[in-house]
Design a binder for this molecule. Structure first.
Ligand code: RFL
Ligand code: PHB
Length: 389
């Protein structure tokens, strides 16, 4: 098979890149290790920045998001029971949209079917060859047979554990990493959310987050030990722990029920630089990871492919490689901003095993500063709602 751009991974980065390229008349093939149903069964992000909402509209897949997504003008931060609402619209004139990653992925997959663009699911042993030459290739095994795609460029959109970053020589890439000494235990439940907006809560027992997917479906998280087993958490234990960590009014209003999904995610900050090697371009989690506290991972993935699609379109339409040459630096500037914000939110809101009384007071002082300083609140709101493109 021959194509212009081979895209590895059918997550939001790969699917959005494919959509933007197809609309510009650029051939592309997506190669994904899992089945489409498996990709759609993963419960992940819930919050879209305004810039991501705009990109989804520009890609022509905004209709269901417009109908079913929920616009949030602010969020609540709570600290040891004291809570404060931050009004993004008042502070920085921006808002966010609650519309799950699963739904964005579903909308993109449907649009890809309509576009008639090829996707290969259940592809095993995906390997990338000759990225430092003019004619890269991607090979994979499906139904016991080896297949090959010859292409001009490869987009590595295959997540943190994918093949793309691993195929770059170690001396051509520099990585920065911090693994946090805890995880998030998340639960999905068909009950109305406890509040109209998200609640991020710091508590001496650990962080808790109240989020949602729709007016009838809620998503809750509690900070847990890094080596915690999900089987050790009955629904009752989860609800008891969540209630203890929330401000009293929210704890009283919480509607519990049987979980329809329960999983543990580790927290990590990670950046690989540069995001390009020869004709391979990395995008999304393949190049960087943020802890979920700032709700930035999906938004960064969409931001990368917005830049990458623009650069590839300029290459094919105008013969200009300035965009491709500048891609890594442009994407990394946004990535490091989100890394800083996600690290800061994580540090403010979680309990760390090695924190002494001074560090705990610093967390409180940081929260009090956010509440009392409009300038500090504006900086937080600007990062949370996402800087404009
Ligand atoms: P994905 O979604 O991981 O997709 C990568 C795809 O590549 C496939 N793949 C391969 N395919 C072929 N060959 C290989 N060797 C392959 N290896 C892997 C995988 O099967 C997969 O289909 O990466 P992408 O597209 O870069 O998207 C990134 C986002 O998924 C991620 O950043 C967010 O989900 C992070 N995140 C959040 N981000 C937000 O913006 N807002 C949030 O509120 C938010 N909450 C979250 C989150 C992530 C979480 N978890 C579980 C890590 C909450 C959680 C709990
Ligand atoms: C979610 O709804 O899954 C979610 C929301 C906000 C975050 C992280 C996750 O910061």
């Amino acid at each position: 098979m021959r194509t212009q751009v081979a895209i590895i991974g059918s997550g939001p980065a790969g699917l959005m890149l494919g959509r933007l390229l197809s609309r510009a008349g650029i051939d592309n093939v997506i190669v994904e290790r899992q089945s489409a149903d498996h990709v759609l069964s993963r419960i992940r992000a819930g919050v879209l920045e305004q810039g991501s909402v705009e990109l989804i509209e520009q890609a022509g897949i905004g209709e269901r998001m417009r109908q079913e997504g929920i616009v949030h003008h602010g969020t609540v931060l709570a600290f040891d029971g004291d809570s404060h609402r931050f009004d993004f619209t008042d502070l920085v004139g921006r808002s966010v949209m609650v519309y799950g990653q699963t739904e964005v992925t579903r909308d993109l997959m449907r649009a890809r079917n309509t576009d008639g663009a090829p996707s290969v699911y259940d592809a095993a042993h995906v390997a990338i060859h000759d990225i430092d030459g003019a004619r890269p290739r991607v090979t994979y095994i499906r139904d016991g047979q080896t297949h090959e795609i010859a292409c001009d460029f490869v987009a590595g959109c295959d997540g943190f554990h994918g093949a793309a970053r691993a195929s770059i020589p170690a001396d051509a890439i520099r990585t920065f990493e911090r693994a946090y000494p805890f995880g998030w235990l998340g639960i999905l439940v068909d009950r109305p959310p406890v509040a109209d907006e998200l609640i991020y809560a710091h508590h001496a027992r650990g962080f808790a987050l109240c989020s949602m997917r729709s007016p009838t479906r809620s998503r809750y998280y509690v900070q847990c030990a890094i080596d915690e087993k999900v089987e050790a958490w009955s629904d009752e234990r989860f609800w008891d722990e969540l209630r203890r960590r929330l401000p009293p009014a929210a704890a009283d209003a919480l509607q519990t029920g049987p979980s329809i999904e329960k999983s543990i995610a580790p927290l990590r900050s990670f950046v690989a630089e540069p995001m390009r090697f020869g004709r391979l371009f990395l995008a999304g989690d393949a190049a960087h990871i943020v802890p979920p506290t700032g709700a930035k991972g999906l938004n960064l993935a969409l931001g990368d492919v917005r830049y990458l699609a623009g650069a590839l379109i300029a290459h094919y339409r105008d013969g200009s490689d300035a965009g491709l040459d500048g891609y890594s630096a442009k994407a990394l500037a946004r990535v490091w901003k989100a890394e800083r914000f996600s690290w800061w939110m994580t540090t403010l809101l979680h309990t760390f095993p090695d924190m002494g009384p001074f560090e705990r007071r610093m967390q409180r002082a940081e929260f009090d500063n956010l509440v009392s300083s409009r300038a500090a609140a504006m900086a937080m709101a600007e990062s949370y709602a996402g800087p404009p493109y």
